[in-house]
Design a protein around this ligand. Structure first.
Ligand SMILES: C[S@@+](CC[C@H](N)C(=O)[O-])C[C@H]1O[C@@H](n2cnc3c(N)ncnc32)[C@H](O)[C@@H]1O
Length: 299
């Protein structure tokens, strides 16, 4: 990790202004291929260390960063270069305009999962008094987004990991949503009590990474919980169980929405079709890759 003494006077030497720190760090991340968003990551880490909003960094570009803050920043840059997600380093991440506490207890919510929420929002009546379930809630990201979008809905959020349940509880509490979102620890939809009633929609971002998938970065596997990612040799172990359980729990006309890996669309379509779902659609993520399925249980 280079230090100031490694640079002579000139563009990347002292004084270490905000702008120089950002430039140096984003170059460093880019050269080492640490992240697909080098400048954003540098901005988020430096704004965290300086305790300012990201936008406020740009009002301070010529200010010198105090030495203690530089030391803290260097330590974080080093951890980021070792593969730790920015959200774990700064302790939070925004999802669907909600700031969520994030740490090693649960997967960091991904932007593509907002496509899943969008699909639910586009399909369901916003004012309905729906009974919804978010299966494998992690940080609580999807359940909280649904609570925002469907003000009259009741939401169950299930999760198998007790660590993730703790974190989701903290997020639900922080967003004063405890009255609307019920957390249930257990396996997929088996975690729902018998008297929960037929559901209007089941929503899930389940684990769907296949074992030994060469497309998944080692840094992700090293730092985020394996239980939130891996799902057997073809990545479909959890989805194969989710589909029939959802069919059983939905009312006639109810919807299943879930995220999957971009190579799994054909298998997912077949599994939904074989189960008896209708109106099956595959939706694309922000990179135009197949990512989300929606399907209706017949009346
Ligand atoms: C891909 S992560 C999604 C987390 C969160 N919903 C999100 O979108 O950011 C999958 C989550 O499902 C949980 N999970 C895995 N297997 C499960 C099971 N059999 N029953 C319930 N939850 C499960 C994992 O612990 C993890 O939190």
């Amino acid at each position: 990790m280079p230090r100031e003494k490694d640079f002579g006077p000139g563009e990347l030497g002292p004084p270490w202004t905000v702008l120089k720190m950002l430039r140096w760090t984003s170059n460093f991340f880019e050269e080492r291929d640490v992240t697909e968003t080098p400048r954003l990551d540098a901005d988020l880490l430096l704004s965290h260390v300086l305790d300012v909003d990201r936008m406020d960094l740009y009002l301070k570009t010529d200010e010198e960063v105090p030495e203690a803050a530089r030391d803290r920043f260097r330590a974080m840059v080093k951890r980021r270069a070792g593969g730790e997600p920015v959200a774990y380093l700064v302790g939070h991440r925004e999802f669907w305009e909600t700031d969520l506490k994030c740490d090693r207890r649960a997967l960091v919510p991904r932007p593509d999962t907002e496509v899943l929420v969008e699909t639910v929002v586009d399909t369901m009546d916003a004012d309905g008094d729906h009974r919804l379930a978010d299966i494998g809630t992690g940080t609580g990201a999807i359940a909280l987004a649904l609570a925002d979008e469907f003000p009259n809905a009741t939401i169950a959020a299930t999760e198998i990991s007790s660590d993730a349940i703790e974190l989701a509880a903290e997020n639900i509490e922080a967003h004063s949503a405890s009255g609307r979102v019920t957390l249930l620890e257990g396996d997929l939809l088996d975690a729902l009590p018998d008297d929960w009633g037929p559901l209007d929609a089941v929503v899930s971002n389940p684990p769907y990474v296949k074992e030994d998938d060469p497309d998944v970065q080692q840094a992700v596997l090293d730092h985020e919980p394996a239980q939130s990612l891996l799902a057997g040799p073809d990545g479909l172990d959890v989805i194969r169980r989710l589909i029939p359980q959802a069919y059983e729990a939905l009312r006639g006309g109810g919807w299943l929405f879930f995220e999957f890996g971009y190579t799994q669309a054909e298998s997912v379509y077949t599994l939904l079709d074989e189960e008896g779902f209708e109106a099956i659609e595959i939706h694309q993520d922000y990179s135009d890759r197949d990512r989300v399925a929606s399907a209706r249980k017949p009346q």
